[in-house]
Design a binder for this molecule. Structure first.
Ligand code: CA
Length: 142
């Protein structure tokens, strides 16, 4: 019972937001949208998505600030974050906010879904290796 994965897309440009939504929905994900940084943060706290796609240039709170908030909250920090950027990215800054991956705009839908699937796989694997995360699912002798 894996259930459908929920992805939060935080992007202020409507065209891109809707495009990301349709690509992700076609791949079978449940998509939640936010059009600015404040709403994104509220939505992350409420919905606890399985992954976040975060545009860096957002009104009210930038993607950088949103990422910092997520990664310093112990209840949210394990959620993978892919940042979206229109400009070439400062890798050092990216590492500083602990983003898990990034995509440069424009990106192909295939690139997007590949990155998303890889990160979701990685995070569910991390979940399974946590002690007692899944006590009945593995072949333990004792
Ligand atoms: Ca933007």
């Amino acid at each position: 019972m894996d259930g459908q994965k929920t992805i939060l897309v935080a992007e202020d440009e409507e065209d891109i937001r809707e495009l990301l939504k349709s690509v992700l929905e076609r791949s079978g994900y449940n998509v939640v949208l936010a059009e600015d940084g404040k709403k994104a943060l509220v939505s992350v706290r409420e919905k606890k998505p399985d992954l976040i796609i975060l545009d860096l240039m957002l009104p009210f709170l930038s993607g950088w600030e949103v990422c910092v908030e997520i990664k310093r909250d112990p209840k949210l920090s394990q959620i993978p974050v892919i940042v979206l950027t229109a400009t070439s990215l400062d890798q050092a800054k990216l590492a500083k906010v602990n983003a898990d991956d990034y995509l440069a705009k424009p990106c192909s839908s295939q690139e997007l879904t590949t990155r998303v699937a890889a990160l979701l796989k990685k995070s569910s694997a991390a979940e399974k290796t946590k002690p007692d995360a899944n006590p009945y699912g593995t072949n333990r002798l004792l």
